[in-house]
Design a binder for this molecule. Structure first.
Ligand code: FAD
Length: 477
């Protein structure tokens, strides 16, 4: 009969680029009609933010892998979801549309409006939980307000709440719609890769796929987890999972990790790893309840605080040319691998916001552009935490000493030597503070600025200046 439209259910992939433990996919398949798996690149459309360069590289590779895992049935679009769904509605009978939730303020607004639009048209549209262990609106203090401090949030809130659901198995078979779709884009047409070679070199060593995420977890579970509590602070050692970009893009879910941890004894390392997943939950929780977190000081007393705006300082920090070895190692690890160890993230963030007195939002923006795991929630919450402006933050006057941090957490200098080639042969005794080396040694290794820069600022003085600026601000209020 002419005019009868093909019935389909849509699974809209977003930050859940996996087949296992994907509630939206499972439910879409339950309708018993072909499922159309789609991804819409709506960056910059209708108020949606653009993500950074590294994230786009990760996304490109993830979509290629997901397409393969879906037997080449993933359909890509570029544009607003509304326009894409309008077109699909004209072409098909939409039995239902399913997606897993996102929590960024713009994404929430977009999804709410879409749900209403579908409802007005009698199209079933359902959102599911695919990326958080605890929905932010389910955890609240006794007085009904949101937590602002991590420990009670995690211990009283999360650990006493309904336990996270068990992960779902990957569907055994996917009955995917296989016809041609008008308006679909090719992966290259999404233009996610940069023109520079950086986009190629940065992915070396990463298997950007769902299988890659599982392999990463297996490796960490076997080799890193049992050393995690102390080992997680040592950037030169393989004791962290490096799962953050996979978690961000959903190639693995926190539910899968939470359940996998049950297979190990409840030792302090396992509990500690769970609590770090808890920090991820806390960041999303804060973003959900305080959507201005990426833009405004969480603590209002910092309003009007003057940051020493200096583009050159920020640039040298970005390039890993500050003259402080552990800081430069971190910034170069970031640029070459799309990742930076957590301990070093704290050190470089403290250096930028305290010693250089640059606005935490400048650091946030650079991380947003260069981290594979750039995540509005964790990035904003963490920058504000280090800057001292955030929820449950380290107080402003706690300034990391990057020399002591290097000596303590990279005692053999493996991490610095790996990332700062100019310092590879410098003896350990001067590796953390090369400006203190005798003149002959400084000349021999080019520590006088000929190969490796002298410190941009004096650490002691810049710390005092930062504290003085803070005191002045406090007293002026
Ligand atoms: P692991 O130690 O193996 O931890 C496992 C998982 O727990 C991580 O993958 C991550 O999802 C979560 N986690 C661990 N620590 C934290 C934390 N402090 N806050 C939130 N979640 C955590 N993390 C991001 O995912 N995206 C960001 O954009 C981001 N920006 C940051 C910016 C700054 C200034 C700082 C200090 C931290 C930032 N973090 C961010 C948090 C943390 O550094 C990373 O999650 C962690 O280093 C990722 O490495 P991993 O997977 O090896 O961590």
């Amino acid at each position: 009969m002419t005019g009868r439209k093909q019935k389909i259910a849509i699974c809209w992939f977003r930050r859940d680029l996996r087949l296992a433990d994907n509630p939206a996919l499972c439910v879409a398949l339950d309708h018993g009609v072909p499922v159309l798996p789609i991804f819409i690149d709506d960056q910059g459309q209708d108020g949606q933010p653009q993500q950074g360069g590294a994230s786009n590289v990760w996304l490109h590779n993830s979509l290629a892998a997901l397409h393969k895992d879906l037997n080449e049935s993933l359909v890509l679009f570029k544009g607003t979801p509304r326009a894409v769904f309008e077109q699909l509605k004209a072409e098909f009978e939409l039995v239902a549309v399913h997606w897993n939730r996102m929590y960024e303020p713009e994404a929430i607004a977009r999804d709410k409006a879409l749900k209403q639009w579908f409802a007005d048209d009698d199209v079933e549209a359902h959102s599911h939980n695919g990326s958080l262990l605890f929905e932010p609106w389910t955890i609240e203090k006794k007085d009904g307000g949101p937590y602002k401090v991590f420990t009670p949030f995690y211990k009283k809130g999360c650990l006493n709440a309904e336990p996270p659901r068990a992960p779902l198995k990957a569907p055994q078979q996917i009955n995917a719609y296989e016809g041609k779709i008008d308006g679909a884009a090719s992966l290259d047409e999404l233009n996610l890769l940069p023109t520079r070679d950086w986009g190629k070199s940065i992915v070396e060593g990463w298997d950007i796929s769902e299988a890659g995420a599982r392999a990463r977890w297996d490796d960490f579970a076997e080799n890193g987890l049992f050393n995690y509590k102390e080992g997680r602070d040592l950037p030169g050692k393989p004791f962290v999972s490096r799962l953050s970009p996979y978690l961000h893009f959903g190639q693995i879910s926190p539910h899968q990790l939470w359940a996998a941890l049950d297979h190990y004894s409840q030792d302090r390392n396992v509990e500690h790893f769970r609590s770090e997943l808890g920090w991820r939950e806390f960041s999303y929780y804060l973003l959900y309840h305080f959507p201005t977190l990426p833009k405004e000081n969480f603590q209002p007393q910092f309003e009007g605080f003057t940051w020493a705006k200096d583009e050159l300082r920020v640039k040298r920090w970005q390039q890993g040319k500050t003259g402080i070895p552990i800081v430069d190692a971190g910034m170069r690890e970031l640029w070459t691998t799309g990742y930076m160890h957590n301990r070093v993230r704290m050190i470089v963030a403290s250096y930028l916001t305290k010693n250089l007195r640059q606005d935490w939002r400048d650091g946030l923006a650079w991380f947003e552009d260069t981290l594979f795991d750039a995540d509005l929630a964790s990035n904003s919450a963490s920058w504000q935490w280090v800057a001292g402006t955030g929820a449950d933050a380290a107080p402003y006057f706690r300034v990391f000493n990057p020399v002591l941090q290097g000596e303590k957490f990279d005692p053999e200098g493996e991490y610095i030597r790996t990332h700062v080639a100019e310092l590879r042969d410098v003896p350990k005794s001067y590796l953390f503070a090369p400006w203190e080396a005798p003149k002959e040694m400084r000349e021999k290794y080019g520590l006088d600025g000929t190969k490796y820069p002298e410190p941009m600022v004096d650490l002691k003085k810049s710390r005092q200046d930062a504290l003085a600026a803070y005191d002045a601000h406090k007293n002026a209020r």
